[in-house]
Design a protein. Structure first.
Length: 342
């Protein structure tokens, strides 16, 4: 696997690929030398120059490169494009020229790719695709929840309010600083239409807010089911999903800061929480109406989806085998056995 872009998502995907028993990291591409490029080299990854005109900057910084991004693409069975939103669209021609399948991230447009992907929901759709978009962190979180609810109870309608972090911890240029923003002011937010790239026939309405926080997103969900299960039946259905973590009352987790602290105490690398964090106490059923709160770690929840998308595109494993292998290698829903650093 080649990883083009070694930032928030790319470095996590690289480590996750390295942890898989059936995958190898060919190398990672960076646009410039910085601390992440240094960490990539120290982690044992070959470094490639994403912008050939800047290749000499790496040598000047004391970092040896293995070649250009074009050479990385040629050497890879598949490339994970983890570049900033919009850059992936510019890179697509590079992958096409090399006849190398590519995975893009949720910041790219659905029209760019053959299929938008969520492992739990439409794994088989990515088989032998040339280009696949792993949907955004919020769409991933919603899709993981919707899939088992549809299968077990049927869904008439989803209503979701997404309270979104203003920026990642390192994004000091993001905001808001001291404000709560309707984002967007018009309805729906982009998340509902994005979920429909996975579930085209789903009725879903989404609202979005931005708040001055960096740790995670929060979803307030109301799902109208087609049947009227009791709350324990719903809880059991969700508890069976490895990528849904039900946070019991005994954990006394009051908010997203506690979720992140819990991940760090479990020894999760970078404090990553790959699963949807669902407050068990919040699961409420009134007739056919289901309510719950879930938190989504925007820096990491798409990482296992990228791993499964690799296998799906290359038709290396079926869905159940791939997801189980990914979960085991990463330590999903386990404590305290995180995947090892390379």
């Amino acid at each position: 696997m080649g990883i083009n872009g070694y930032g928030t998502i790319g470095k996590r995907v690289a480590d996750a690929v390295a942890a898989q028993p059936d995958m190898t990291v060919v190398g990672v591409a960076k646009t410039r030398p910085n601390y992440e490029a240094t960490v990539a080299v120290e982690s044992g990854y070959d470094l490639y120059a994403a912008i050939p005109e800047r290749a000499d900057q790496f040598g000047e910084a004391g970092l040896e490169t293995a070649g250009t991004v074009e050479e990385l693409i040629e050497a890879s069975d598949i490339v994970v494009d983890a570049t900033p939103s919009g850059v992936g669209a510019d890179n697509k021609s590079l992958y096409e020229a090399a006849d190398t399948p590519a995975l893009f991230q949720g910041g790219e447009d659905d029209a760019l790719v053959d299929v938008s992907f969520n492992a739990r929901s439409n794994y088989e759709a990515a088989a032998d695709a040339d280009s696949v978009r792993v949907v955004s962190c919020n769409t991933t979180g919603l899709s993981r929840l919707i899939a088992p609810l549809r299968e077990a109870f049927g869904i008439e309608r989803v209503r979701a309010t997404l309270v979104r972090r203003g920026g990642d911890p390192a994004q000091s240029d993001r905001g808001p600083i001291n404000d709560i923003l309707p984002d967007p002011k018009t309805l729906p937010s982009h998340h509902g239409p994005d979920v429909k790239t996975i579930f085209p026939d789903l009725s879903i309405d989404t609202l979005g807010l931005k708040v001055p926080a960096t740790l995670m997103h929060m979803h307030s969900l109301n799902v109208t089911l087609e049947s009227a299960p009791d709350v324990e039946t719903v809880r059991d259905a969700l508890a069976d999903e490895d990528r849904l973590a039900l946070l019991g009352e005994d954990l006394d987790i009051t908010g997203t800061a506690d979720v992140k602290e819990y991940a760090m105490d479990m020894g999760r690398p970078r404090g990553d929480f790959w699963e949807n964090a669902i407050w068990d106490e919040s699961i409420t059923v009134k007739g056919r109406e289901l309510y719950l709160f879930q938190a989504i770690h925007q820096e990491s929840d798409v990482v296992p989806e990228n791993i499964d998308a690799i296998r799906a595109v290359l038709e290396a494993e079926d869905k159940a085998t791939s997801m189980a292998r990914t979960n085991e290698a990463l330590g999903l829903s386990d404590s305290p056995n995180p995947y090892p650093r390379p």
